[in-house]
Design a protein around this ligand. Structure first.
Ligand code: PGA
Length: 253
C-alpha cells in the first residue's frame, strides 16, 4: 500500500519570521492527526530551509527544497546541491516544477540531471509533470506527460526510481483556482502508473507515489485523495495558511 504524502510548496513566499511561525503552526496542527500513517513535508525557499528544518526537528514533518542543482559541488555560482540540502536536514527536492519549466525555461534534459543529482545527494526527488491548457485543449496531454516522465527518469534504474515521487500538476490548474476534476486527475494518474509499469516492473510502478497538484484546497482534498491512483497532494497557495494546510492533510488521511 502506498502511504499518503502531502507536501506544501511555499514558492517564493514568507520571510525569516513568517516561515518559522508558519512551520510552527503547521507542526502544532499535526498533533491532531498523530498516529495516522501519512508523510507530510513543507517546501520553503532555500534561504529559510535551515531555520524551518530546525523548527520542525522534533516533529514528523519533513522539509524539501524547491529545486536542486545537477552537480554536488564546484564552480557553479549561485547554485545549491543535493548534498548541501541533505546536510541541512532536507529530505525532498522538487524537480521540474511547472514554474521552473515554463517561467525559468528548464528543459526535460536538465530536469533529468536534477532528478539524478538529487538522488546522488541523498534526497528524494519529486518529479513534477503536467500539460499546459493549450495542450489539454488539443488533446495532447498523454503525449506531453509521457515525454516528461520518460525524459525525466531517463537512465535511472529500478533502485533509483524507487526514490522518486511523481507529481502530476496540470499547468492550467496551478494558482488559477481551477482544479482538475477527480476524473481528469485519476485518468492522468492512471496513465502515469501504466507508463511506469511499461518502463519498470509492475511492483515498482505500484509502489511509486503520484501526487496531484493544482489549486488543492481543504474542500477538494478528500475527494481527490479518494481516487485510486492519487496518493497525495502537492499544495501551493493553500500551504501558506497553516489552518488550510492542516485541513488538507486531515482530508488526506
Ligand atoms: P497551487 O500550486 O496549489 O497554488 O495551485 C500548486 C503547485 O504549484 O505546486
Amino acid at each position: 500500500m502506498r502511504k499518503p504524502f502531502v507536501a506544501g510548496n511555499w514558492k517564493m513566499n514568507t520571510d525569516s519570521h513568517s516561515s518559522v511561525s508558519l512551520a510552527r503552526d503547521v507542526a502544532a496542527g499535526m498533533s491532531e492527526i498523530a498516529g495516522h500513517k501519512i508523510d507530510v513535508a513543507v517546501i520553503p525557499p532555500f534561504v529559510y530551509l535551515q531555520s524551518v528544518a530546525r523548527t520542525l526537528s522534533a516533529s514528523s514533518i519533513a522539509v524539501g527544497a524547491q529545486d536542486v542543482y545537477t552537480e554536488q559541488q564546484g564552480a557553479f555560482t549561485g547554485e545549491i546541491s543535493g548534498s548541501m540540502l541533505k546536510d541541512i536536514g532536507c529530505t525532498y527536492a522538487l524537480c521540474g516544477h511547472s514554474e521552473r519549466r515554463h517561467v525559468i525555461g528548464e528543459t526535460d534534459e536538465l530536469i533529468n540531471k536534477k532528478v539524478s543529482a538529487a538522488i546522488s545527494g541523498g534526497l528524494l526527488p519529486i518529479l513534477c509533470v503536467g500539460e499546459l491548457l493549450e495542450q489539454r485543449k488539443t488533446e495532447v496531454t498523454k503525449e506531453v506527460v509521457t515525454r516528461q516522465i520518460r525524459a525525466g527518469l531517463a537512465g535511472l534504474g529500478d533502485e533509483k526510481v524507487s526514490a522518486v515521487t511523481v507529481a502530476y500538476e496540470p499547468v492550467w490548474a496551478i494558482g488559477t483556482g481551477l482544479t482538475a476534476t477527480t476524473k481528469q486527475a485519476q485518468e492522468a494518474h492512471r496513465l502515469i502508473r501504466k507508463l511506469l509499469s511499461e518502463m519498470y516492473d509492475e511492483q515498482l510502478a505500484d509502489d511509486i507515489r503520484i501526487l496531484y497538484g493544482g489549486s488543492v484546497k481543504p474542500d477538494n482534498a478528500a475527494e481527490l485523495m479518494g481516487q485510486q491512483d492519487v496518493d497525495g497532494l502537492l499544495v501551493g497557495g493553500a500551504s501558506l495558511d497553516a489552518d488550510d494546510f492542516v485541513a488538507i492533510v486531515k482530508g488526506a488521511v
